[in-house]
Write a protein that binds this ligand. Sequence first.
Ligand SMILES: Nc1ncnc2c1ncn2[C@@H]1O[C@H](COP(=O)(O)OP(=O)(O)OP(=O)(O)O)[C@@H](O)[C@H]1O
Ligand SMILES: [Mg+2]
Length: 301
Amino acid sequence: MVIETHDLTKLYGEKVGCEKICLSVGEGQIFGFLGPNGAGKSTFVKMLVGLIKPTSGTAKLLGAPLGDVAARRRLGFLPENFRYQDWLSGRELLYYHAALAFIPRHERESRIDEVLRMVKLSAAADGKIKTYSKGMQQRVGIAAALISDPDLLFLDEPTSALDPIGRLEVREIITSLRDRGKAVFLNSHLLSELEMICDSVAIIKGGRVVEEGTLTELLKGRVEVEVTASQLNGSIERVIDGLGRVLANNGSYLLVELDSEDMIPTLATRIIEAGGKLYNLSRKKRTLEELFLGAVKGGEA
Ligand SMILES: Nc1ncnc2c1ncn2[C@@H]1O[C@H](COP(=O)(O)OP(=O)(O)OP(=O)(O)O)[C@@H](O)[C@H]1O
Ligand SMILES: [Mg+2]
């Protein structure tokens, strides 16, 4: 495990930041941490990277207790409200971070060029950060987080300022890190984006974890199948008799809920036996958004 927390709690006076959070993240995992505004996501990350002290509870990062200097050297961190020294150029900022990360002098230039290429900022590297767009500032922040080639990377809303292409590029960077065995802890509101890359997620609400698990486990749920078919002889109710129920019927488009996934091939056979022309039959996946809204809004969803 690269992250293990036990009852990790942060109170700001009377106010709860995070309460009794128990989470573990394995090596080579992309872990998504989601929750509404003010749920405690940034508080949790700030405790782990050592910016604020937990009120109670314990945690280990890369096998060492919080605050261990050797383990902290193996972390990368992009804060949520990134504000860098904007009188520096992107390259100068990265040089400063390379020095802070104790990268040997003779390796700094080549490492800086490498991370600039990763975040597609090579051409603008010598411009002052104050002249950068918000997306460019976010890219330089991601580059700074990557400079030491960390084993565990915390990204607090890494794509909030990026356009769709920038988001895709950041997803590619994150998955390439996983391919190299690194772990990435991502705070984000962009559910469809998290759904594309995360292995596991936790949903936090009011400082407490309300859902946690692998995406496959969490998105399992009901078996809903979308069907496009024409020229069915007889009613659709007869075709799906004993298999499930019809949720929507727009002529040739049907949305059917089946009792189990083993019924999917039977449904296809029945449609064809009833003389139907089958254009599409696909399982509808539960989305992370549905799961999120269900977990966060509770009974209201
Ligand atoms: N320094 C602070 N002093 C007092 N309360 C704080 C402080 N920082 C955060 N809080 C409170 O702790 C709670 C959790 O805040 P946090 O910033 O961790 O939420 P978040 O999930 O990151 O939200 P967002 O999605 O808006 O970034 C909120 O109620 C917030 O008001
Ligand atoms: Mg936050």
